[in-house]
Design a protein around this ligand. Structure first.
Ligand SMILES: Cc1cc2nc3c(=O)[nH]c(=O)nc-3n(C[C@H](O)[C@H](O)[C@H](O)COP(=O)(O)OP(=O)(O)OC[C@H]3O[C@@H](n4cnc5c(N)ncnc54)[C@H](O)[C@@H]3O)c2cc1C
Length: 396
């Protein structure tokens, strides 16, 4: 049937040329589908470019469902199993991109995150994907089994529409809540979005810790079921660093974050030090275990001073308990403007875990960060973007 002027027909329209959308479009294109990939930004993959300090922590070799938060913790299993970190790494190697493992299974480019965007663009080219950048979506309609997307003076239509527009974290990069608006229009449920992997702020009494701004220490940070042993950093607003970003995804207003400042010291370390060096000073002992400024502040707050030999065992045991379970009561977070990801999003309950397709609106898919699946810090979020994009592409 001849098409109206300005109306283009495709097999699938993918909204959002971030990691998930690029992967989905490339794979579907290479499976022979005519794919239109649309973004309102003037260049694709902006978050990829700034990720991992410009080197893109593109996956984590240990990525599995336990590294993700979701109202349905099992939802990510199928996609993560079918498109694994090894699969993405094989793609990276096919493109001769040099990489290294930094720590904890985190894989980074040796060179630049630009190589990952170039790789995905090349894969889209191989799939004959039509790319429309700087194209705000004017309208989305659905009737007679076709999705019609208005872009400027063009209208594109396809039997499949993929929502890959991410979450609202870092709006200055073009991030929006568009995915949720669109999902709601199709009566899909949205789990309340909240900033995640985000610095936490301290108020009240705890503002005093802001004077430690710039001090970092290895700690175990705990919140709810989560515990992460990594660096914590004091900032002029509160707490940051990998350990804090990790627990921030689990933190809810009103909850405490517990910090173990002595992750490397054995149980009873303070009492043992008293026995071994009774003339050593309490402040000096803490300074041997922690950065000096932090040690000084904590010693002051604990209210102990003087020679270890003069401090009753009971007080030292209490001090150790406090240092291993120091409670901070954050009064908030630095919000979406500083959050690396958005937790919550399009509810998985309405999506197929195998294909990411909506159960109630056939042909409508949601992938990547737009969905209520949120990874830990360390390459897990990109692995979800690749895996969910790949899964949807198999069904397009
Ligand atoms: C500073 C920073 C560093 C990070 N580092 C890492 C890392 O090293 N490793 C890791 O795994 N994860 C990292 N992340 C998280 C990771 O970037 C995201 O989880 C991932 O990019 C999500 O991919 P996505 O394709 O779902 O969404 P996005 O990458 O956000 O892509 C969505 C796309 O949709 C477009 N869009 C939005 N609204 C509209 C609209 N209305 N119309 C048209 N287009 C629209 C956007 O322009 C964007 O191109 C980092 C995040 C940040 C902010």
């Amino acid at each position: 049937m001849p098409r109206e002027k300005g109306r283009q027909g495709y097999d699938a329209i993918v909204l959002g040329a971030g990691g998930a959308g690029l992967m989905c479009a490339a794979v579907a294109g290479q499976r022979g589908r005519r794919v239109l990939l649309v973004d309102h930004a003037d260049s694709p993959g902006k978050k990829i470019l700034i990720s991992g300090g410009g080197r893109c922590n593109f996956t984590n070799i240990g990525a599995g469902p336990d590294n993700y938060l979701s109202a349905n913790p099992h939802f990510a299993t199928s996609a993560l199993k079918r498109y694994t970190p090894a699969d993405f790494l094989a793609l990276v190697e096919r493109h001769d991109i040099a990489w290294h493992e930094k720590k904890l299974g985190q894989l980074f480019c040796d060179g630049s995150a630009r190589q990952i965007v170039a790789m995905l663009m090349d894969e889209c080219d191989k799939g004959g994907v039509t790319l429309r950048l700087a194209s705000p979506v004017r309208s989305v309609d659905h009737s007679d089994g076709l999705f019609r997307v208005g872009l400027g003076d063009e209208e594109a239509e396809a039997p499949a529409l993929v929502i890959a527009t991410g979450g609202p974290s870092i709006p200055k990069l073009g991030a929006t809540g568009f995915a949720y608006d669109l999902a709601r229009r199709f009566a899909l449920k949205v789990v309340e979005p909240r900033p995640a992997l985000v610095p936490l702020t301290l108020g009240g009494e705890e503002t005093l810790f802001r004077t430690l701004s710039g001090v970092a220490a290895e700690v175990i940070a705990r919140c709810g079921p989560a515990a992460f042993r990594e660096a914590a950093l004091f900032t002029h607003k509160g707490l940051s660093g990998p350990a804090i970003l990790q627990v921030s995804s689990y933190w809810r207003r009103g909850e405490d974050v517990a910090i173990d400042f002595l992750p490397s010291a054995g149980d009873g370390a303070l009492l043992a030090a008293k026995r071994a060096r009774p003339r050593a000073r309490f402040g000096g002992l803490l300074a041997s275990l922690l950065p000096a400024r932090l040690a000084e502040t904590l010693a002051e707050r604990i209210g102990l001073d003087g020679d270890l030999g003069n401090i009753p065992d009971r007080r030292l045991a209490e001090a150790e308990r406090a240092l291993r379970d120091w409670r901070f009561a954050p009064n908030g977070s630095e919000g979406f403007s500083k959050a690396e990801v958005t937790a919550g999003g399009i509810a998985t309950a309405g999506l197929s875990s195998r294909t990411m397709e909506s159960a109630s609106v056939p042909g409508l898919f949601a992938i990547g960060e737009a969905v209520d699946v949120t990874g830990w810090l360390g390459g897990y979020n990109f692995q979800w973007a690749w895996a969910s994009g790949w899964a949807a592409a198999q069904a397009l």
